[in-house]
Design a protein around this ligand. Structure first.
Ligand code: XMP
Length: 508
């Protein structure tokens, strides 16, 4: 059945991803030709409809850079001092593909012995370092061929290649297409294998190595197109906490000041992230930010009703996050007894979104690519937490337990995350010791899952496969073509490998 007939017939039963399947249709679309781009507003377009969650074990600048390079979007979490969050956004906006922006540097007075000790202790696989003075100006390059035991008592300044002999590039000249710029730099300057990038005041802004450029050039053909803004910078979003004063009123000045700094760094989206978005508190923040910065894409949530979507849309949000309790680390439904299974929530939200002219983002509960296909029949994009938390680009240390490697993944409503700052998201005050705060999330581990490139490659491959089965050349066609059937528990069992002993690992 098409969405209207199917979901209406099934209301008020709450259905989620595994409760339904999509019917195949006549198709002339090959999966590889299915086009996955989407928009979160008139100003913000993504090449793939996947967003990394604003959680402190999922998205900081490293994850956001990887997401944008793959065509998606990362939302930097807010469990950090505001200044730090602004820096994290700046790191993404200033990232130039292939350019190492914070290269490891040495100072002229350091001894070669100290440099050797640093290489040993940090296990660096390289031994060439730019040499900077105290103000960050480039004064030389320390080549690997002089970083030797025999010179250990000499200061760097005695053995480095001095600034006058170095060939550098200006930041402005490489910003537009750094790989092309580096490619031609290395072809012109035969024998040079590091391109040092400086600003107008000769401060080091980055470094490109010839081996990275060669790797990237060979990968370019298969790589998905990055998501960039009009000035060729990677896109990024930042989560915003509804900061309150001690009397409980919204701290408008603090909020506007913080968003102002994020906007100065060219942030593309602000996400007002709370567990209950259909509230006056969230609406006030959305109105405040939209009023002051109408050019910034505003994401708000979370809600699971049509009225919630309409309310946030009227307050000024461009994209609404749908999901209360579907997440892999969420306990909201168990703790508070509320929440609507995700696909039904998406359906009711989609009716209101159509009328209000806003975009929908399905947030939480996605564990395989098929879930994304189903979510995209009703929403414009999905947010993933758990699926990305095991990637090496997610924050946190890798830990080994009984020979297997894991990373920490915790709900923003878990006690430890709320202590670190996210209590406001769940309507609590982290300084409130007078009553027991009810956690709505757990702390968990995710098995390490490789790089974001690999994980997204598998997920997008699955999405394109689904689009091929539904004869959908793009996401609007996927929404229009979707026909649903309900799946019984026997049908669910049939959908998984069965009656065999599995010998290979499924990736999505
Ligand atoms: P997945 O399933 O991708 O879900 O791991 C990530 C989403 O879950 C939400 N989230 C929470 N929900 N308690 C909740 O009820 C929590 O502690 C919590 N932390 C995150 C959030 O929407 C995220 O994107």
């Amino acid at each position: 059945l098409p969405a209207d007939a199917f979901f209406r017939a099934n209301l008020p039963v709450g259905l989620t991803f595994d409760d339904v399947s999509l019917a195949t249709l006549y198709s002339e679309i090959l999966p590889k030709d299915a086009e996955t781009s989407t928009a979160l507003s008139d100003a913000l377009r993504l090449q793939i409809p996947i967003i990394s969650s604003d959680m402190d074990t999922v998205t900081e600048s490293r994850m956001a850079i990887a997401m944008a390079l793959n065509g998606g979007l990362g939302l930097i979490h807010y469990n950090m001092p505001p200044k730090e969050q602004i820096k994290e956004v700046a790191r993404v906006k200033r990232h130039i593909h292939g350019l190492i922006q914070d290269p490891i540097t040495v100072t002229p007075d350091q001894l070669i012995g100290d440099v050797l000790a640093m290489i040993e202790s940090k296990r660096f696989a390289f031994s060439t370092f730019p040499v900077l003075d105290a103000e960050g100006h480039l004064v030389g390059l320390l080549s690997g061929n002089v970083v030797k035991e025999r010179y250990k008592a000499k200061p760097v300044t005695d053995v480095m290649t001095p600034r006058a002999q170095l060939i550098t590039e200006n930041e402005a000249a490489v910003a537009k297409d750094p790989i092309k710029a580096a490619d031609s730099f290395f072809s012109t300057h035969v024998g040079v294998n590091k391109m040092l990038v400086v600003d107008g005041a000769d401060r080091l802004r980055g470094l490109v190595t010839i081996s990275d450029v060669e790797k990237i050039t060979s990968e370019t053909k298969s790589r998905r197109k990055p998501a960039r803004d009009a000035s060729f910078r990677l896109v990024v979003g930042a989560a915003l906490s509804p900061v309150r004063k001690s009397d409980g009123s919204l701290d408008r000045e603090k909020i506007l000041n913080h968003v102002g700094h994020l906007v100065d760094e060219h942030v593309d989206a602000i996400a007002v992230s709370t567990a209950h978005g259909h509230t006056a508190g969230v609406g006030d923040v959305v109105k405040l930010v939209h009023g002051a910065f109408p050019q910034v894409t505003l994401i708000a949530g979370n809600v699971t009703s049509g009225n919630g979507v309409t309310y946030l849309a009227e307050c000024g949000a461009h994209a609404i996050k749908i999901g209360q309790g579907p997440g892999s680390i969420c306990t909201t439904r168990m703790v508070a007894g509320v929440g609507i299974p995700q696909l039904t929530a998406l359906y009711v939200a989609s009716l209101a979104a159509k009328t209000a002219g806003v975009k929908l983002i399905a947030d939480g509960g996605i564990v395989k690519s098929g879930d994304i296909v189903k979510a995209l029949t009703l929403a414009d994009a999905v947010i993933c937490g758990g699926l990305l938390a095991g990637c090496r680009e997610a924050p946190g240390e890798i830990m080994e337990i009984s020979g297997k490697v894991y990373k920490q993944y915790r709900g923003m409503g878990s006690l430890s995350a709320m202590k670190a700052g996210s209590a406001a998201r769940y309507g609590h005050d982290r300084n409130d010791n007078t009553r027991k705060v009810a956690a709505e999330g757990i702390e968990a581990l995710k098995e390490v899952s490789g790089s974001v490139d690999d994980v997204l490659g598998n997920l997008i491959g699955g999405v394109q496969s689904g689009m091929g089965y539904l004869g959908a050349k793009n996401l609007p066609a996927l929404r229009a073509n979707a026909r649903y059937v309900r799946v019984t528990s026997a049908g669910r069992k049939e959908a998984e490998p069965h009656d065999v002993i599995e010998v290979s690992t499924r990736k999505n």
